[in-house]
Design a binder for this molecule. Structure first.
Ligand SMILES: Cc1cc2nc3c(=O)[nH]c(=O)nc-3n(C[C@H](O)[C@H](O)[C@H](O)COP(=O)(O)OP(=O)(O)OC[C@H]3O[C@@H](n4cnc5c(N)ncnc54)[C@H](O)[C@@H]3O)c2cc1C
Ligand code: FES
Length: 1130
């Protein structure tokens, strides 16, 4: 971002400047990141909000400026020609000062790893600007016109994986004119217990945002360019971007000789973010139809309104809401209100701002896309206006959906939504309802099934029941080619008095109508949810008459660092060096096979391929190694045999990341599995083949007591019962990434998003066969890790380094989300069988477990998992505990440490046993829990080496027990302090705490005890080479620690090698243990018809010892929200 605080930057594509490198028409707006670093790339499919920016558009005729958010990962660069863009750099910097949004995000500790923060800030800032533009009364000084209820939704769709959202909501609510400042959480602006909190203590906010969103010079340029722009062929036509202004111009274009399969017609281009509809190849030309005036018209009529197909969904929602206000009959507004409400659950605000309503319907017409909008408009009786070359036609949406898929010769011009009203003459009421069942109730989750029900109801005086007429029952997304009307059910219901029997008949008929296509996931659930929705709609009606306009049935299935906030630099933010190339993995898609040949389809994307790097490029003296830990190595490439689906086979190299990603999609791999035994996929197959990893005896957990005796004492026994846990993806916001740069004398620097740079350095050096000292690994910051950036980050860093070695040019790799999810592994799946004995009062006397842990292909850190699972199981006093654990080696991606490794699985198994015991005894599970809580004596029995004393549960003692990472503290001439840490900031607030610890330690020399020393302390990145100064001191400390281990080993054998000493010491170190107590309780509501879960309340008590920073620790309750997210805790 240029220009510092207070302005956007102009985008004039033909001389774009900020994205000059490779700025051809297929580039997404996030290529602007080269000049404006703050828009991050998380999902890269519109799914996370990390890349959200503010786009401002100016209308030269009305002089009006409109501001909205958009995801830069989906927006094509040419689509924002003559727009002004603001990223967080437009909200200030450390030199010129920061905008109140950033200051308050920082002060409320609303940022931990910081990766999502720029997108969050832009969503909040845009909401403030738009609220302040409204005609609402002036708020008190220092506040915005935003309301608390809007603040809570201001960043909806922006994902955060670290803070648990509460501090972000507080930061945003602090701007709201109706906020009660007393309600806001911990922050740096006032001390705990301060009364009379005042807005003047918060960083000041100017009404209107205080930032010019559209610079005057750009307005002038836009005005003078208007005539120029009217020519469709001039608007950037050289780069292949066509921008017709009328239907006539559009047909001239598609009838001309330039038109071919590699031309894409777009409006918002958001369909490229929808799974299953992503671009499979590059396009040479684009036709942007968003500028065709007829496609943006809004026509209001008495019978309804017509909306241009290019209208964004967010604008459509506004129009529907405006229509509700203007319609006099309260009943008549029901349809528009419900449509608006349903549409606001489609995608996220920043996708809806650019996604067009027509684009959604066309997707649903051309593909089996599970559209919400097509279904609800079908239910509302919409019609569409089509242009097919010279012919214009108005047909029903139903007819349109049933037509063969349209091609570029047909344009959807507009959609007409009729105005439905009750008939006061015949005393009929209008009924309308829409529902959706989706993995998440709001945004970013396409529906499993959606529906819309419309009809008129009148009272049959004789039977005092309701009679339905004009029924429209639309169902979609359940695994159908397109949304349909359940006509048989409609006919069945029409004219009948609505009794319970009739409802039952309708439901039976619906089961015959809603039949998911072969291969649809969760078919039974989809049918049952569809039936549940119809039942919810009809059943209240069968009991009585609804008041007009009142909701019918239920649609409940809808179902800290200051440095982080400010100018955090992630690996992908480091500007690409000159001549930088980009890599993307090609991975194996079979569980066990030889990749006989690797070729590429002939396509536009393949033409972008510059090089292909594979195992054959590993230098002699190097090794095929991509990861390593105490228990063994893992190869970088599946060569000569690829051992699991997702294993790297090579890396394609191109001039941009997008080219590399698209080129990788063109691969054709020929496999051969002759002579190979069948792959081992499941734990059962592993048991059959005795395919296990060893667990070193010192890591194998210890049994407690005598289980046979405990079983004999039991009043009841539950014999071998199964509980199974699947794997879990890491889903850090920043995917795996590395930038490798060649340096002098056969050395290289690798910027890696790694939680373990020291080990990354050794893996890279071993792969290249060069001394460790020739590799410098720098980790500035990690955009979320959750364990996945520990050992699993090495492969990307090593691959980038190998490409540098071969090509002698800098190479950057930033895995796309799918590659990351397929290749990187995740949490260990576990299959457990438990046998438990217990007394009639709920006291458990014995538990035996048989555990099969799926570790995947390599040992990674898996030999530690049996210990962590059992440690977690031991949280209850089982009387006696025994187990048999097998760590299975299978042909799957390697499973690794993930947030609370083993603990999650152990907790779930332990609580499954408790719940089972409670259900057998028909008592409350909490009473069984309480009966089996540890006393201090049993705690010592189950955890002899970590039970400790009560007083040891403090942060200080935890710090004492934990292994200290390398670090260096330098006091510079001006008294400022630089602290270099070996630990990596991954969102856990480490740097804040290091800063505070430094101020605390040196504060004893400072007059006010160190409070103002804090701002003089700067924490710096980990760098594997620049910690040498600390060597002497560190070596002395290491000697003191290693000597006892050496002495112990020498008692067994005289000659102890350095390697043995280190590996033994590492193991001892990893055994450092401490206990933390937590307790959570959730109140959830489950809709039995659809399975939708609503979390009503969650309570969490967490013993974090003596907190250095309660606000950061409060945020760290993320294990809780992380767990909720993945469904672990509930
Ligand atoms: C993260 C995310 C979540 C989503 N969640 C949902 C959801 O929950 N429910 C849901 O229903 N949808 C969802 N969507 C889909 C979204 O609504 C559509 O992607 C969007 O409406 C398409 O509009 P567009 O302008 O971006 O179309 P584009 O991507 O530009 O075009 C889509 C297709 O339609 C064609 N086309 C566009 N307009 C016309 C026209 N007027 N005439 C002829 N052809 C045309 C294009 O040529 C292209 O083939 C989601 C999308 C994303 C990215
Ligand atoms: S929304 Fe664009 S990167 Fe996530």
């Amino acid at each position: 971002m240029r220009g510092g605080k207070g302005s956007g930057f102009p985008v004039r594509v033909p001389r774009v400047g900020v994205a000059a490198e490779h700025a051809d028409c297929c580039h997404k707006m996030n290529s602007l990141r080269k000049g404006a670093v703050a828009a991050q790339r998380g999902s890269a499919v519109g799914g996370c909000g990390a890349c959200v920016v503010l786009i401002a558009k100016h209308n030269p005729k009305t002089e009006e400026v409109t501001e909205f958010t958009a995801s830069s990962c989906l927006t094509l660069l040419y689509n924002i020609n003559f727009c002004s863009i603001i990223t967080t750099e437009g909200l200030g910097n450390s030199r010129d000062g920061f905008h109140a949004v950033l200051e308050r995000m920082s002060g409320f500790h609303a940022s931990q790893c910081g990766f999502c923060t720029p997108g969050m800030c832009m969503s909040i800032f845009t909401s403030l600007i738009n609220a302040d533009k409204s005609k609402r009364p002036e708020p008190p000084k220092g506040f915005s016109k935003l309301k608390v209820s809007e603040a809570e939704k201001a960043f909806s769709g922006n994902l955060c994986r670290c803070t648990g959202y509460r501090p972000i909501v507080d930061a945003c609510k602090s701007f709201a004119s109706d906020v009660d400042l007393e309600d806001l959480g911990l922050n740096i602006f006032w001390k705990k217990g301060d009364r009379n909190r005042d807005v003047s203590e918060l960083p000041s906010y100017t009404l209107g945002g205080g930032v010019c969103t559209f610079p005057d010079f750009l307005k002038a340029e836009l005005k003078s360019s208007l005539d120029h722009l009217n020519n469709p062929y001039i608007a950037a036509s050289r780069e292949g971007w066509y921008h017709p202004r009328s239907i006539k111009e559009y047909y001239e274009l598609i009838n001309s000789s330039f038109f071919s399969d590699s031309v894409k017609v777009v409006v918002g281009n958001t369909s490229s973010g929808v799974p299953g509809y992503k671009d499979q190849d590059l396009y040479s030309k684009y036709i942007d139809i968003g500028g065709i005036l007829e496609l943006s018209n809004i026509l209001r009529m008495e019978s309804g309104f017509e909306i241009g197909a290019a209208t964004p969904i967010s604008r459509t929602i506004e129009i529907l809401e405006e229509e509700c206000e203007s319609i006099s009959s309260p009943n008549g507004s029901v349809v528009f209100r419900k449509l608006a409400n349903h549409m606001s659950k489609v995608a996220t605000p920043f996708v809806r701002n650019t996604a067009s309503i027509g684009g959604n319907i066309v997707l649903a017409q051309k593909f089996p896309f599970p559209s919400d909008i097509a279904t609800i408009l079908l239910g509302a009786g919409a019609t569409v206006c089509l242009q097919a070359v010279a012919e214009r036609r108005q047909i029903t949406l139903e007819e349109f959906l049933e037509q063969p898929p349209i091609d570029a010769t047909t344009l959807l011009l507009s959609i007409f939504i009729p105005h439905w009203i009750s008939d006061s003459g015949t005393n009929t009421s209008l009924l309308f309802e829409t529902c959706r069942a989706a993995p998440r109730p709001l945004g970013n989750a396409v529906s499993y099934v959606n529906c819309a029900f419309l009809g008129h109801a009148s009272v049959d005086e004789q039977s005092d029941t309701l009679v339905l007429s004009n029924m429209r029952l639309a169902f979609g997304a359940y695994g159908t080619e397109h949304a349909i009307r359940a006509k048989k059910v409609e006919e069945f219901l029409t004219g009948k008095a609505l009794t319970a029997l009739v409802v039952l008949g309708a439901i039976k008929l619906l089961r015959e109508t809603v039949v998911p296509m072969e291969g649809t996931s969760h078919p039974e659930y989809r049918v049952s949810a569809a039936v549940g929705f119809l039942f919810s709609f009809l059943s209240p009606l069968s009991k009585g008459i609804q008041e007009p306009g009142k909701s019918l049935g239920s649609s409940s299935a809808d179902s800290a660092d200051t440095d982080d906030v400010r100018e955090a630099v992630y690996v992908d933010d480091i500007p690409s060096p000159k001549n930088c190339l980009y890599g993307e993995f090609i991975y194996n898609t079979r569980p066990l096979a030889y990749a006989k040949s690797i070729k590429f389809k002939s396509s536009l994307a393949s033409e972008k391929l510059i090089s292909f790097v594979s195992a054959k490029d590993i230098p002699s003296g190097g090794q095929n190694i991509g990861s390593s830990f105490t228990f063994g190595d893992e190869p970088l490439f599946g060569y000569p045999i690829a051992e699991y689906a997702g294993q790297a086979l090579g890396i394609v190299i191109a001039e941009t990341q997008r080219y590399a990603d698209m080129a990788a999609k063109q691969v054709i791999i020929e496999y051969d599995s002759e002579d190979l035994s069948p792959p081992i996929i499941t734990v059962e197959q592993a048991v059959e083949k005795s395919s296990y990893f060893d667990v070193p005896p010192e890591l194998y957990p210890k049994e407690v007591g005598d289980v046979s005796k405990g079983m004999a004492e039991a009043d009841h026994k539950i014999p071998s019962t199964e509980v199974k846990l699947a794997s879990e993806y890491y889903f850090y916001m920043e995917t795996q990434t590395a930038l490798a740069v060649p340096d002098e004398d056969n050395t290289l620097v690798v910027y890696s998003s790694s939680q373990y740079p020291e080990l990354a350095q050794s893996v890279i050096a071993r792969c290249l066969g060069i001394p460790f000292s020739n590799v410098r690994v720098i980790t500035r910051r990690v955009g979320g890790g959750f364990g996945g950036k520990a050992f699993r980050s090495f492969q990307v860093a090593t691959a980038a380094a190998l490409c540098v070695y071969k090509l002698r040019r800098p190479v950057r790799m930033y895995l796309n989300r799918i590659t990351d999810m397929v290749m990187i592994g995740g949490r260990h799946p576990v299959k457990a069988h438990y046998s438990v004995g217990f007394k009639s009062d709920g006291k458990i006397t014995a538990l035996h477990l048989d555990l099969l842990i799926n570790a995947g292909i390599s040992p990674d850190a898996s030999p530690m998992i049996p210990g962590t699972i059992i440690s977690s199981v031991k949280k209850y006093n089982w009387g006696a505990l025994s187990f048999d654990i097998k760590l299975c080696k299978t042909n799957n991606s390697s499973k690794s440490v993930m947030r609370a490794p083993g603990d999650t699985q152990g907790s779930l198994i332990a609580d499954a046993v408790i719940e089972h015991v409670a259900s057998v005894l028909s008592v409350d599970a909490n009473s069984v829990r309480e009966k089996n809580f540890h006393t201090y004596d049993t705690l010592q029995l189950f955890y002899p080496d970590s039970a400790g004393e009560t007083s040891t549960y403090t942060l200080h003692s935890i710090f004492d027990r934990a292994k200290a990472g390398p670090g260096r503290v330098s006091v510079l001439n001006d008294g400022s302090i630089v602290v270099e840490v070996g630990g990596i900031e991954i969102g856990q607030g480490l740097w804040t705490k290091v800063q505070q610890m430094t101020a605390f330690a040196l504060g004893k020399l400072w007059p006010d005890g160190g409070e103002s020393l804090l701002e003089r302390v700067r924490v710096l990145q980990a760098d594997t080479l620049n910690l040498i100064q600390a060597t002497l001191q560190a070596c002395n400390m290491l000697f003191d620690r290693l000597k006892p281990v050496l002495d112990r080993l020498q008692q067994q054998s005289e000659n102890v090698s350095w390697d043995t000493l280190i590996s033994q010491a590492m193991r001892t170190g990893y055994l450092a243990k401490f206990l933390i107590s937590t307790l959570t309780m959730e109140l959830v509501e489950i809709d039995l018809l659809t399975g939708a879960i609503t979390l009503i309340r969650g309570d969490l008590v967490y013993d974090c010892g003596k907190s250095l920073n309660p606000a950061v620790d409060l945020g760290q309750s993320t294990d809780y929200s992380f767990g909720l997210d993945e469904g672990n805790i509930i």
